[in-house]
Design a protein around this ligand. Structure first.
Ligand SMILES: [Mg+2]
Length: 405
């Protein structure tokens, strides 16, 4: 079998389709994001008529170019030699400053599609080819900004809920949620490695969170700042999580070998591929660290890939899921995943078990992929500070961002 073509399908998420319906403002108010997200799907065709699909995340509009470049070293190759082709791609990036998020995203989507091809060719689901499965359904967790949304998740059987520190340390939200959902629900806090929190802030907040019985405290400081992460680790008695930004095993390694976290969170669309994620999981296993893949901006194809990975590793914790995301999620792939009893069933069809619906994807052409910078109209961390480095903004505004601490 030979690879004959690699096609990309880039789409805008959460904006009205070109043929009308809804508005961007409506999308934002309903689904909580302003239409700056893109999904990038990859389809790899072969000379035997079998094709595979994958998904890339990180910076999709840029990754699309990377995928097209990588096609130059992949077309004509045997798609079955997945690890070899991964190394070919990795080596091809060497002259361009190695991989980073864009490279990790490109390689992840391509490698995912190669596994899809192999599974279809052999008539087996990907999890079967990875060594068989530990479980036939994957527990998922959702996001809630308030108790009403938590109730909606609970109605679907969710037993894991994450809240965010969006612009300030909100202990009322955390403890209000804990009181509301009770002790039978796992609760997480994501601080997003926010620049408005100093390391000291993250420690102070972490100590205040100790009584909330969190499953984890995610990215309490910028995750690139490993020494700051270590300071939080030493000072706070709350399990920590990180890893959503890394593009390969070397990006994840320091969190594991330095025991900086209890949970790693590789993003299935930019962690370098299914095999990279399984290697990360094995590295984590050796330190008794669990795996909860990230899904912050991911579309539905990568979610399928995450299910296959999580089925096959012993230390799978939970899968992040954007349950109330955007109705278009269900239109652009088939079949659709459903949460039952707080879990998603592991697909049994050959390959990944999902296909893209190209006609639907084409209804949502990509327009933009970066958020505008915080404006100085009140959305900067402090009015009048737009031009300043965010750390200094927060220092001038500590009372508001760290109230109650
Ligand atoms: Mg996060």
């Amino acid at each position: 079998m030979k690879i004959t073509a690699i096609d990309t399908f880039l789409m805008q998420v959460g904006v009205p389709p070109v043929d009308g319906g809804g508005s961007a403002a409506e999308t934002k108010s309903t689904y909580g994001f302003g239409g700056s997200r893109n999904w990038l799907f990859v389809r790899i065709s072969t000379d035997e008529g079998i094709y595979g699909v994958g998904e890339c995340s990180g910076w999709p509009r840029v990754i699309e170019t990377a995928v097209r470049d990588l096609a130059n070293v992949l077309v004509g190759q045997d798609p079955g030699n997945i690890d070899l082709l991964w190394n070919v791609m990795h080596t091809a990036f060497m002259g361009h400053g190695m991989v980073g998020t864009v490279g990790g995203g490109a390689m992840a989507g391509i490698e995912m599609a190669l596994w899809d091809i192999k599974g279809k060719a052999l008539g087996q689901p990907v999890w079967q080819l990875l060594g068989g499965r530990f479980r036939d359904r994957i527990r998922v967790y959702g996001h809630a900004k308030n108790t009403a949304r938590a109730d909606e998740l609970r109605a679907l059987g969710y037993t894991g809920i994450k809240v965010s520190f969006d612009g300030r340390v909100d202990l009322d939200l955390v403890y209000g949620m804990r009181d509301h959902v009770g002790s039978g629900v796992d609760l997480m806090v994501d601080a997003h490695g926010a620049p408005w929190m100093t390391t000291q802030d993250a420690i102070l907040a972490g100590r205040e969170l100790e009584a909330a019985d969190l499953l984890f405290y995610e990215d309490p400081v910028a995750p690139e700042n490993l020494d700051a992460f270590a300071r939080v680790r030493d000072a706070v008695d709350v399990p920590l999580a990180a890893g959503e930004r890394v593009g390969n095993i070397w990006g994840m390694l320091p969190y594991i070998e330095r025991d900086l976290v209890d949970v790693i969170q590789p993003d299935t669309g930019r962690a370098g591929g299914i095999t990279q994620m399984r290697k990360m999981a094995a590295m984590a296993e050796s330190h008794f660290i669990t795996v909860a893949p990230h899904s912050g901006s991911l579309g539905p194809v990568a979610e399928y890939a995450a299910l296959h990975v999580m089925a096959t590793i012993p230390n799978a914790l939970m899968l992040e899921r954007l349950e109330f995301d955007w109705p278009g999620r269900d239109e652009v792939v088939t079949p659709n995943l459903r949460v039952v009893d707080g879990h998603i069933a592991v697909p049994d069809s050959p390959g990944l078990g999902v296909d893209i619906v190209v006609d639907e994807i084409l209804r949502y052409p990509s327009r933009v992929n970066v958020r505008s910078a915080p404006a100085d109209n009140g959305t900067a961390y402090e009015i009048g500070t737009r031009a300043e480095y965010p750390y200094f903004q927060t220092r001038r505004n500590r009372a508001a961002t760290l109230r109650r601490l």
